[in-house]
Structures are given as structure tokens and as C-alpha cells.
Design a protein around this ligand. Structure first.
Ligand code: ATP
Ligand code: MG
Length: 137
């Protein structure tokens, strides 16, 4: 059993898609073991995406992620990290498979509706960034 970290991004929360996106996770056998709606500060978004600091889209990404509320979650299940990445689909919705969240809901490569951890180390780090142990049940 593995845990991964997920964000339902501002573009999706704004369009009232929280339930539809959570349903995709649950249908795939992932369980929500922690969840909260937050409005990230600019500093939080900068810290969370620090690995992308040198990329040309960093400023826009930080701006978008702190513009309005998001839903942060911990998802648990067999191969949760990979499974979540599959359900999300490719970063650019133009390349995302049918049935994936990004194919159905993403607006663009930047406003692509969800974030998911890409490896066990980043999953652990990202979970710790937003949740304390007692919030994961
Ligand atoms: P995430 O980390 O959000 O799950 P990812 O791993 O598929 O997505 P990354 O390469 O880690 O993609 O990029 C992080 C985020 O930065 C993307 O989800 C997207 O919102 C944004 N991003 C990535 N590439 C671009 C780009 N070329 N133009 C604009 N925004 C981008
Ligand atoms: Mg990534």
C-alpha cells in the first residue's frame, strides 16, 4: 500500500469539478486518507514548486496556484503514485489519453486541473509540506 499527494488546482476548483475529479480517484481504487481546501499563499506556491524555479513558466505557475483555492489530498492504494499519474494523464492535455482527468477537464498545459507526485521521495516530501501525521486517517 502506497500514498501519494494530489492537488485539485484552481482552474478545476473554480469550475466546480472537485467531486468529478475525486470520483475518478475513487473509481480507480484510490482512497482519500486526507483532504483540505486551502488558498495557497504566494510563498507556499513558490516553496512547493521550488524545483521548477529556473523554468520559464515558474512565475505563471506560482501566480496561478496562489490565485484562488485548491484541494490538497493524500491518496492511498496499490501503486498509488503511478496509478494517480495514469488517471491524471499527460501534463499537456493535448497529449492526454481518453478518460483521463486532464483530457476531460484541463484547459491548457498550465491550467491542467491536477497535480500528482511523481516518485516516492517527492510524494513523502509533498505530503509533509501540507499535512501533519494526525491529519492522515
Ligand atoms: P504536476 O507536477 O503538476 O503533477 P507534471 O509532473 O505533469 O505536473 P511538471 O513538468 O512537473 O508536470 O510541471 C509542473 C506544472 O507546471 C504542470 O502541471 C503545469 O501546470 C506547469 N507547466 C509545465 N510545463 C509548462 C509549460 N510548458 N507551460 C506552462 N506551464 C507548464
Ligand atoms: Mg511534476
Amino acid at each position: 500500500i502506497e500514498r501519494t499527494f494530489s492537488i485539485i488546482k484552481p482552474d478545476a476548483v473554480r469550475r466546480n469539478l472537485i467531486g468529478k475529479i475525486v470520483a475518478k480517484f475513487e473509481e480507480a481504487g484510490l482512497r482519500v486518507v486526507a483532504m483540505k481546501k486551502i488558498h495557497m499563499t504566494r510563498e507556499q506556491a513558490e516553496g512547493f514548486y521550488a524545483v521548477h524555479k529556473e523554468r520559464p513558466f515558474y512565475g505563471e505557475l506560482v501566480e496561478q496556484m496562489s490565485a484562488s483555492p485548491v484541494v490538497v489530498q493524500v491518496l492511498e492504494g496499490e501503486n498509488a503514485i503511478l496509478k494517480n499519474r495514469e488517471i491524471m494523464g499527460a501534463t499537456n492535455p493535448a497529449n492526454a489519453e481518453e478518460g483521463t482527468i486532464r483530457k476531460e477537464f484541463a484547459l491548457s498545459v498550465g491550467e491542467n486541473s491536477v497535480h500528482g507526485s511523481d516518485a516516492p521521495e517527492t510524494a513523502a516530501e509533498e505530503i509533509r509540506f501540507f499535512f501533519t501525521d494526525d491529519e492522515i486517517v
